[in-house]
Design a binder for this molecule. Structure first.
Ligand SMILES: Nc1ncnc2c1ncn2[C@@H]1O[C@H](COP(=O)(O)OP(=O)(O)O)[C@@H](O)[C@H]1O
Ligand SMILES: O=C(CO)[C@@H](O)[C@H](O)COP(=O)(O)O
Length: 499
């Protein structure tokens, strides 16, 4: 039997899947790492820790593998998007990576609009200037850490750095490059115009490759440290959301994905590169050849629940925390939560907004709060679905993945709030599976990624909307949508009191 490995370099952990030629996940290993948050709005990680934890995870995986290591034919990667990793002339890391959920760059987003112009930026990159994207981070370092910027010879994204340390070869691929705000998305080329206007040397941009392209082999040093064979073929991989789409079979028009990980995402396949969503949702290159996807993002989806758990139930597991929500009626007995604990992206690109519990009542118990958090996250994702529907997309079936898909009450809640059928696959680890599928396709096991999806992916359950709850949630969604406008100014006044 032959195998491939999918590595998902997430925000909370790196997750490794060993997958056989039938698509069975025969081993899963996870190694976590912390966020470094020195100030409100800051979010960083040490790239060296990503590499160390991946090597440790691969070593565990190989230790428990009883086949021949040569049978592991390929490895590929899914990575948290947008994070800025700056490298010097020897490809050594110059500072901690500034992550996708770091929102310190509001001024740099304005600078991009002032210099490039909002319409021109949208024409080239298909996306607006958002704090989470890579270009504003690059400009922040240029302005605030000029001595570091002067030494920077290349920038890459998180999984590109990891892949470089495993192979010695430095590349970036299109699906992740699309989230930098430096790529001409439809031409699939770095934008000289944006670089020149913002005084960025185009030499800092790495060579671009396709997601399924073979970029090298495992170095002998990494082979020694992990037990992998040095003949293991390494494929470029894709952005975590592009990989999540591949790993959930979102490979044709009309297919939609909802992923609740640290962030939350609603994503829809696009075969064309010329639709106009006016920058209301992201528009990126897919990891599947010559395809695209549109996507709305909730910055703190699973993160809102993990924040609540850390503050109020530190010693409990997620299973214990969410265990009682099934006994709370839809609408959490009148308690409503907005998940803006680190600001928001879709539909409100607003780094200053913060979350609220509205309607607290002395009869509320902890389980009402937990359900309200889950509902608030899901309402936020429903805002992206509403934008897709307003733009003519038909959304009646949604594949749900990520840590949030582990809980069946949450899956039913998604069916009721989205008013769509929710499909659960045998593995909720879409991005890791997508990475493994890119390696399987790259190794030539299948003619297309869609053939691979047919062979590898299995639907285990479906959740259908409950009409009574759909109506309750339709009313509550209107109230939810009102909260942003009514709390915006209050939050701006509170900003000076934050850490
Ligand atoms: N059993 C569970 N029930 C509900 N939600 C869960 C459960 N386990 C994890 N989660 C949610 O999933 C999130 C982690 O999702 P994951 O896809 O692993 O994240 P990432 O890829 O961003 O690291 C947690 O923050 C939590 O909110
Ligand atoms: O910023 C985005 C997408 O634009 C995030 O989706 C990141 O890509 C991180 O994802 P997770 O760690 O939540 O999977």
């Amino acid at each position: 039997m032959k195998y491939v490995i999918g590595v998902d370099l997430g925000t909370s952990a790196v997750k490794l899947l060993l997958v056989n030629q039938n698509g069975d996940v025969v081993q899963e290993v996870s190694k976590d790492y912390p966020l470094i948050q020195k100030k409100t709005g800051y979010s960083e990680q040490n790239p060296i820790v990503w590499v160390d934890q991946t090597v440790a995870g691969l070593s565990d995986l190989l230790n428990n593998f009883d086949g021949s290591r040569e049978d592991i034919e390929g490895i590929s990667f899914s990575g948290q998007m947008h994070g800025l990793v700056l490298l010097d002339e020897n490809n050594e890391v110059l500072r901690h990576a500034i992550l996708w959920n770091d929102t310190r760059t509001t001024a740099q987003c304005q600078e991009i609009y002032d210099v490039i112009g909002e319409d021109r930026l949208l024409e080239i990159t298909k996306n607006p200037a958002l704090e989470g994207f890579t270009l504003p981070k690059l400009l922040w370092v240029k302005e605030h850490e000029p001595e570091i910027f002067a030494k920077a010879k290349k920038f890459v994204l998180p999984k590109d750095y990891l892949r470089y340390k495993l192979t010695g070869e430095l590349h970036m691929e299109y699906s992740d490059a699309a989230g930098t705000l430096l790529l001409n998305v439809s031409e699939k080329a770095w934008s000289k115009e944006i670089c020149e206007l913002l005084d960025i040397d185009t030499g800092i941009c790495p060579i671009l490759v396709d997601s399924h392209e073979e970029v090298g082999k495992i170095t002998s040093q990494v082979a020694g440290a992990t037990g992998l064979s040095a003949s293991t073929r390494v494929f470029a991989g894709a952005a975590d959301n592009a990989c999540g789409a591949i790993g959930s079979g979102i490979l044709a028009d009309g297919k939609t994905l909802c992923s609740i990980g640290t962030s939350g995402v609603v994503l829809s396949y696009e075969s064309s590169n010329d639709k106009d969503f006016q920058g209301k949702v992201h528009y990126f290159n897919h990891g599947a050849p010559n395809a695209y996807y549109t996507m709305g993002v909730t910055l703190a989806a699973g993160y809102s629940l993990s924040w609540f758990k850390d503050v109020f139930a530190k010693d409990e597991s997620f299973e214990e925390l969410v265990g009682e929500v099934g006994s709370v009626p839809a609408g959490s007995n009148g308690l409503l939560f907005t998940p803006y604990v680190v600001g928001e992206r879709t539909p409100h690109a607003d780094a200053a907004i913060r979350g609220s519990f509205i309607g607290m009542d002395s009869s509320h118990q902890r389980k009402d709060f937990v359900r309200a958090v889950m509902e608030g996250i899901t309402f936020s994702l429903n805002e992206s679905i509403a934008i897709f529907r307003e733009n003519g997309k038909n959304i009646d079936t949604i594949v749900s993945t990520g840590g949030g898909a582990k809980n069946e009450n949450w899956l039913q809640m998604q069916a009721d709030i989205f008013d769509a059928k929710i499909v659960k696959l045998s593995s909720e680890q879409g991005p890791g599976m997508g990475a493994a599928m890119l390696a399987a396709y790259g190794c030539g096991w299948f003619d297309t990624l869609a053939d691979c999806a047919d062979a590898f992916l299995e639907v285990t359950r479906e959740f259908h909307p409950n009409r009574e709850n759909v109506e309750r949630y339709r009313k509550l969604f209107g109230v939810y949508q009102d909260v942003y406008g009514r709390t915006k100014e209050l939050n701006e006044k509170l900003a000076e009191f934050r850490k």
